[in-house]
Design a protein around this ligand. Structure first.
Ligand SMILES: [Zn+2]
Ligand SMILES: [Zn+2]
Length: 234
């Protein structure tokens, strides 16, 4: 596994890199050429992780305050090439350039007290070797000058694939899946949760709900949490 990764890195270095979107020359650390990257549709707005309602900053949904998700891009075939390479093709280095793309989707002047990634369950993390959300979170945190803690949220149990589940079943599937280490430490803090793609919203909804459940009594102040992803798969 590791040797294969090193070998493919060497090949990338030795061979001219071609953009998988159009075949033009492209920088290896960016995968897509500038033209293909510029054609990924921008998304300027905020969504609600609970009901996927679209809205304006700072509140995407008047019914579910505290579940805002922002994204710089809509998920198209070019964004999919980037996400798949980052996630499954041993190209963790792609995350470096994506942090700055993600930073552009944040409201002007917004700087969270803490950036945290959506965690992978440790079994999957071991299989993949890294958590792509943590790579994006580190890159974004560096771009905006905020601290990142990789294991502030942990996934306490593996969850079934969400794709075929309805909204209620998804919520039940994710309930209690995450645990916040030291919840009192994050009470009243501004926390930004990072993931790669927003699809059903169930995973981010569960993470944000865990942060909102907040500190233990008598303090009971929840974190001021929102989320940021690379792309929204409509
Ligand atoms: Zn291209
Ligand atoms: Zn909502």
């Amino acid at each position: 596994m590791r040797m294969a990764g090193v070998f493919s890195d060497l090949l990338e270095f030795a061979l001219p890199q071609r953009c998988p979107g159009c075949g033009a020359a492209a920088e290896s650390e960016r995968l897509l050429c500038d033209a293909c990257r510029d054609r990924i549709p921008p998304f300027a707005g905020a969504l609600c992780a609970r009901c996927l309602a679209l809205g304006r900053d700072p509140t995407p949904c008047v019914r579910h305050a505290g579940f805002a998700v922002r994204a710089p891009w809509l998920y198209d075939e070019r964004a999919a090439l980037l996400v798949h390479a980052l996630k499954y093709a041993e190209r963790p280095g792609l995350a470096a350039a994506l942090g700055e793309v993600m930073a552009r989707a944040l409201p002007p002047g917004y700087r969270p007290d803490l950036v945290i990634p959506v965690p992978l369950h440790r079994v999957r993390r071991r299989e993949r070797g890294y958590n792509q959300a943590a790579l994006l979170a580190a890159s974004l945190a560096a771009a905006i000058g905020a601290p990142m803690i990789e294991d502030a949220l942990t996934r306490v149990r593996p969850t079934a694939a969400q794709a075929r589940l309805g909204p209620a079943a998804r919520r039940a599937n994710m309930a209690g899946a995450f645990r916040l280490a030291h919840p009192d430490a994050w009470a009243g803090r501004t926390v930004l949760v990072i993931d790669d793609v927003l699809t059903t919203g169930a995973t981010l909804e569960a993470c944000l709900a865990t942060l909102r459940a907040g500190a233990t009594p008598p303090q009971r102040r929840p974190a001021d949490a929102s989320a940021l992803v690379l792309a929204w798969a409509q």
